[in-house]
Design a protein around this ligand. Structure first.
Ligand SMILES: [Zn+2]
Length: 114
């Protein structure tokens, strides 16, 4: 599964961060997932418990933030949500646009335990 590989890679990166910053425990991990990233947040949540099992993050909570997929219409310049509008500009009906945001998957925050 595509998502498991992604989560395993994220867990590896966070573990490296934890070691290099001498953090004892990481309470929560915040992932930002763009609607246009091709990653399904629900699948990430499903595989997460498997990915952290037997790692130093086995008690770390996962928090997912969704970043909307926003495009800018090449015809009228309107910025709109591509997913909600089926990739069609709601103002002028054009289907050509530039993506402004929503393609990334990134580790947004790492919360160390106080
Ligand atoms: Zn338009």
């Amino acid at each position: 599964m595509h998502e498991l590989g992604i989560v395993l890679e994220i867990v590896k990166q966070v573990e490296e961060y934890k070691i290099s910053n001498s953090i004892e425990d990481i309470e929560a991990l915040v992932l930002q997932i763009g609607e246009l990233s091709g990653v399904v947040p629900r699948y990430i949540e499903d595989v997460y418990p498997m990915a952290i099992e037997n790692t130093s993050l086995s008690k770390t909570k996962l928090i997912i933030q969704i970043e909307p997929g926003i495009g800018k219409c090449k015809e009228c310049g309107l910025s709109f949500n591509l997913v909600q509008n089926d990739n069609i500009c709601p103002l002028c009906g054009h289907t050509k646009w530039d993506i402004l945001m929503g393609t990334e998957l990134l580790i947004k925050e790492i919360h160390a335990k106080e």
